[in-house]
Design a protein. Sequence first.
Length: 210
Amino acid sequence: MRIILFGGPGAGKGTQASAICARLGIPSVSTGNIIREAIAAGTPSGKEFKTYTDKGELVPDSLVIDMLKERIGRPDCENGYILDGFPRSVPQAEALEEMGVEIDAVISLEVSDAEIERRMTGRRVCPKCGESFHIVFNPPKTDMVCDKCGETLVQRSDDKAETVRERLRVYHSQTEPAKAFYEGKGKLLKIDGSGPVEEITARIFQALGI
């Protein structure tokens, strides 16, 4: 299956993508992860991406589409994949169609803005090993210290309240029309993204019939 996963920043897309991948044996193609890896590696593309993400803005379509074409052209995507973070707009959805990509289902994780802000602003990450924590849901044993390597935890710039609000504004203005695009094609499945992770996963599996 070729599946698109929609949801605001911090809606739980990565977690649910992993569950679907394990069930179907297909890879998750997260444009967000690819972008973050490029930024962390300090590649030329990564430096360009960073100028946008630091301000809570979306990376331009042309850059993301080129990156995506290369990724879904790899052998592990032959039997399907989940797209996490793409398309974010109607032009990107149209670009997928122009690439000849036939999407089987579009999952939209529905989570309130208030809940997303609570989730994201509480996230803390280790700059050394990448381990992730949350001050409410998954706090480290010692305040602001990584359980794994002892490094001082940091709050990513895109997890700060003002940036989260800007990301949500951008998500609603640009991605909601993309959801409507797929709803018009009868492919959109709206899933309640609140509650225990396992329950959300069960809702998705039921909607997909897997």
